[in-house]
Write a protein that binds this ligand. Sequence first.
Ligand SMILES: [Ca+2]
Length: 621
Amino acid sequence: MCLKFQVFTFEYLKPYANGTCAQYKNCLYCLTDSQCGWCEANNECVSRLEDESITCTTDDDDWRYLTLQPSACSNCSNYISCESCVSSGLCQWSIEDAKCSRVVQKSDAAVTVDQCPTPCYKRPDCGSCLDQKGRCVWCEATQQCFSFSVYTSEYQFGLCREWLDQAFPLVAAQDNSLLPPPRSEDQCKSCSLHSNCSHCLSTLSCGWCYNASNPMTGMCVQGDFNNPHTNCSDALGLSDAKWAYAQCPDVDECGLGLHDCHPHAICTNTDGSFSCHCKQGYTGDGRTNCVRTCYNICVHGKCQGEPDYACKCDLGWYGDDCSKNCGCNNHSACPKGEGICEECEHWSTGEFCQYCKPGSYGNATTEQGCRQCDCNGHGIKDQECDIETGVCNCQDNTEGDHCERCKPNYYGDPRNGNQCYYQCEARGMLNDSRGQGISSMQAYSAPWGGSPTRECLWIIKPGVDSGSPIIQLQMNSTQLNVTCGENAVYVYDGLPELVDMGSQSALSAVFCTEEALPVSIVESRTGQLTVHYKQGLSGEGFSAMYKVLNCDEECQPPRKCDHRGQCVCQEGLVGYNCEEVICPRNCSFSTNQGVCDKAYGRCICASGWAGPSCDISQILR
Ligand SMILES: [Ca+2]
């Protein structure tokens, strides 16, 4: 087997070549790239591969060979000052561009030292720095003029944060726009263009010389963090001038009267501003309005307006600002002091209004409070509903949480205080000592079926401890729809013969629709009352209420309890409500105008006299 060797020769060493020649800004650097050559005619690095009679031409259509050997480089572009540039003898200084280049014919560039402009570093102030050509820039912070070409190397750490040059604004110059550059003196006086502190401080190297007693008056001048570059006192003509650079001084708008607070407002100075608040006793935004109100804030109450502007406290609170709790669970005022509850409201009761009153339910000590029982008027007295749940303790033959339904065998709609009536039964026995109603509108239906009964008999015999109470029956005239005749409503005092053959009962009244009802009330004195009715035509019927006048605490004047245990009208009175007087004025008996008929309780007048008490003369008739 034969090994094959390859000889390593110079041909394999490839010279460095990047090819983007335009990036090289001087001759020596340009020639490090083997594909580039330096054009002395216009100080440019161009490609060797192209025709130099095209790529390296002067303004006169003359052209030069490219410089290809480093030793042939004139190095003009390395000079950064006019003096060093022209003293080389080979280079000229373009004042306009501040650039050094190979000497060419027909040029207005400087070729001797005396043609050079004043070097930037020798220019003492901003105006002269920018006045002459030569690409000088003025650093405000250090108050120095220097060549733009050294700016980035000398101030690379930002010491000169703001600088001015002739081509201001710089962006416009690079755009080749035709904006005329501002005059150098205007630029150099940039601080004084500002008339107030905040604008002044928005420009770097400017600060605010101001009057210590009124920082609004002042002057924007050049300076730095520590000092102004001019004497503030001299500039303002004041002895107590101050310098602000980092931050504008606060103005005491309140003290200087520069605020716009309302006359009834208090001005408070703040850093950089001020605020307005209406004085105590006034309310509003503090600037456009401050209207009179209570001096105190009414914590638990409302401010009453004119004329007193005093707090009106919510129930249960007191004090000038209604901040003190009466200790009455918010159910009472306490004009005599804390814990002395004047009058418990909201259905509450107790020394501190801590309980719910009878007839209400809930919890007086919580926000829910007490609520009136809702029993449609049928709750048991003083215990109408459950003190916690509000479920009603119903009477009057009603049932339901709110006594809103009639019990079985009763007819009616008991809501809103209306009655439940005992239904029509063939033998209805009612012995409740508390009065109730009877009605033929709903009839008993036997559980084993068949038609509802059409004949009703109610025997009312209240169960009382002793005696025979008076029973009053009152027809409900709006529900009376009974044809007069056989089927009228018959009311008996006692048991009628159809029930008890041996009874001595008396028919007290007969009710039917056509007959006008002189009285709709029947009274029983035997302690037992019977009502009989047989429905004639379908749809006919009636309802009635009865009440028992018992000798108990409800027997009040004009009634009284008599020796038989009946609650009767007091002497001399008759009627359903004892509203009629028996033989009024004794029928004017003393003047022989009439006498009393004691059986009927009415006067029988003498001839020529009339009226309930026989005191109206008929002689004139
Ligand atoms: Ca202020």
